[in-house]
Ligand binder design. Sequence first.
Ligand SMILES: NC(=O)c1ccc[n+]([C@@H]2O[C@H](COP(=O)([O-])OP(=O)(O)OC[C@H]3O[C@@H](n4cnc5c(N)ncnc54)[C@H](O)[C@@H]3O)[C@@H](O)[C@H]2O)c1
Length: 136
Amino acid sequence: MSSRFARRSFVKSAAAAAAATTLPSWFIAEMAPAEAATLAANDKPGIALIGCGGRGRGVAREAALHGDLVAYCDVDDSHLAQAKELWPEATALKDFRKLLERKDVDVVVNGTPDHWHTLVNIAALKAGKMSIAKNR
Ligand SMILES: NC(=O)c1ccc[n+]([C@@H]2O[C@H](COP(=O)([O-])OP(=O)(O)OC[C@H]3O[C@@H](n4cnc5c(N)ncnc54)[C@H](O)[C@@H]3O)[C@@H](O)[C@H]2O)c1
């Protein structure tokens, strides 16, 4: 499976992400990775969850219908344990920066509290990931 989106796909996806995150779409487009890569029609994106509370787990379960949940991250051991029950094969991490280094992660579901959203989203975009922070 290709681990990265083509720039065109990324920018298209970024419009939806912008609506969800309140970041301006031009900002997200500027952050898109310059290199072109391919994601074949039958490839499944690698999905990761940062912030494994109830909302994050819920949104990630929906996202995982469209890809493979490969990793999750939280600073709280009890929420990591709850995520492990859902995704026993995925990798558990405590530092979201380590998660963003992974080549098999294409899409990040950002389930952290509000005051972490911006930092995590920008870090995800800089790492070439699509980031979704769903608040509603
Ligand atoms: N709970 C709901 O019904 C609901 C509904 C709509 C929107 N939301 C929004 O969803 C978001 C998450 O809500 P929740 O109820 O799941 O909150 P929560 O506090 O239960 O979960 C947030 C998780 O993020 C983790 N976290 C915090 N900082 C982190 C970091 N730097 N790295 C990794 N993990 C980190 C916390 O340890 C916690 O497990 C919030 O923005 C909230 O406003 C929640």
